[in-house]
Design a protein around this ligand. Structure first.
Ligand SMILES: Cc1cc2nc3c(=O)[nH]c(=O)nc-3n(C[C@H](O)[C@H](O)[C@H](O)COP(=O)(O)OP(=O)(O)OC[C@H]3O[C@@H](n4cnc5c(N)ncnc54)[C@H](O)[C@@H]3O)c2cc1C
Length: 382
């Protein structure tokens, strides 16, 4: 057992952290304040190979595995959570199912653009009446000649307003419930498809989220992704990556909170002393450090298990996501507390981190759903 990153991983982390601090972090406040999609960040991440990590070279990818993606992902989420979320939805939530279940033609057509950052991808599962309860979705796809006709709507879709390509979940046989869902690739501009305006959100305001509408949307037969009626299983495999991705999102935010809190406590004075001399501030910082370090180890373990195709990887992805996201909302709240009144004011980074932190407990399955999954998987073992 080796708990150390390799020399190569450490070097990659250092160099990517430098890039994020120099190019991405300075734009984070504007991105949040004006709710603008940070397109230039996505292009940059494509250019430096971050989006393509772990994908085969023939589709524009580069060397990498879930562990190094987590290591570098922390740096990106720390610099700008909006950029991290949109980048992850594009190359991860869209790219991974296309890579795992797509035909050679689909991979060649869709992956290079998404991995270079020139095109954006999205994954659309959630519907107005069905989020946690995925099987409650109503969107359906009916065979029509050589293709499919999709009817229904999706909501809360990351990159909804800006994506070029969408992986869309729809019932192809509603009676069969989980064995009746299929995935389709829908391109922007397809007849019968439209996306809504970006929602005005609490956090990750630079990552656009919207409704999607399918009104007799005509999808050619070759846009079925993987096998018909196998969509639920395909999504389950995709969501393990997504949950680790969401845990990394929380980790990056938590680490940023810790760093902000330490430097503020060292400079701010009250009662003639630096805040860093008050025991209550020590305790908050010690707890932050403890939960961040434990969470990081858990995330690396879950990522490593996913890479090994370990049968426990689904369980550990949920554990890592649940642990890190819930501690991060507490860490962000403590960071605001350390900043006192200024922590409540726009322009102070911890104010943004506090708002961004909450999504970790909701996206990729809420905390309640993670607890349900963990209990089910643990019960199955006994
Ligand atoms: C910024 C943002 C980006 C998102 N991006 C995407 C995306 O790219 N693609 C996508 O498909 N979706 C996306 N989502 C949707 C997200 O996955 C859902 O919001 C989430 O799964 C919860 O579903 P819901 O909102 O319908 O809540 P509901 O399912 O209605 O849940 C409401 C509450 O009830 C609880 N609850 C529900 N069922 C149970 C149960 N069985 N036991 C205990 N408690 C339960 C939940 O935990 C929650 O607290 C995004 C959401 C946000 C906010």
């Amino acid at each position: 057992m080796d708990f150390e990153l390799t020399e190569d991983q450490k070097k990659q982390k250092e160099s990517f952290a430098g890039l994020c601090a120099k190019e991405i972090a300075p734009r984070a406040e504007f991105t949040d304040k004006e709710a603008v999609f940070p397109e230039e960040n996505i292009r940059l991440l494509g250019k430096v190979g971050f989006l393509g990590m772990g994908f085969p070279e023939e589709y524009g990818g580069s060397k990498g595995d879930p562990v190094i993606r987590a290591v570098l992902g922390e740096e990106l989420a720390k610099a700008c959570a909006s950029t991290y979320l949109s980048a992850g939805a594009s190359s991860g939530l869209f790219g991974i199912p296309v890579l795992k279940f797509g035909t050679q033609t689909q991979k060649k057509k869709y992956l290079p653009g998404v991995l270079s950052g020139e095109k954006m991808g999205a994954l659309a599962i959630t519907e107005p009446q069905a989020g946690s309860d995925m099987l409650g979705m109503k969107t359906g796809a009916q065979k029509s000649g050589n293709g499919w006709l999709i009817n229904g709507s999706k909501t809360l879709i990351t990159n909804g307003p800006v994506a070029d390509y969408y992986v869309v979940a729809a019932y192809t046989d509603k009676e069969k419930k989980r064995d009746g869902i299929s995935l389709f690739i829908v391109e922007k501009g397809t007849k019968g498809f439209s996306s809504g305006k970006p929602f005005d959100k609490l956090g990750v305001r630079g990552s656009p989220t919207s409704d999607l509408f399918f009104d007799g949307c005509e999808v050619p037969g070759e846009n079925l992704l993987g096998e018909v009626n196998k969509g639920f299983l395909q999504l389950a495999r995709t969501l393990s990556h997504g949950r680790i991705g969401m845990a990394v999102y929380s980790l990056g935010i938590a680490q940023a909170c810790l760093e902000e809190s330490i430097s503020y406590a060292q400079e701010r004075t009250a009662f003639g002393k630096k805040l860093a001399h008050f025991q209550d501030v020590h305790f908050k910082i010690a707890d932050m450090k403890m939960y961040i370090d434990v969470g990081r180890e858990l995330i690396y373990k879950a990522a490593w298990m996913l890479d090994q195709d370990d049968s426990q990887s689904v369980l550990f992805a949920s554990i890592a996501k649940l642990f890190m996201s819930e501690h991060t909302t507490k860490i962000a709240s403590d960071a605001v507390q350390i900043f006192g009144g200024y922590g409540f004011i726009k322009g102070y980074k911890v104010e943004r981190l506090y708002r961004d932190s909450k999504l970790g407990e909701i996206g990729e399955g809420t905390s309640e759903i993670q607890r349900t999954i963990i209990t089910k998987l643990v019960e199955d073992q006994y």
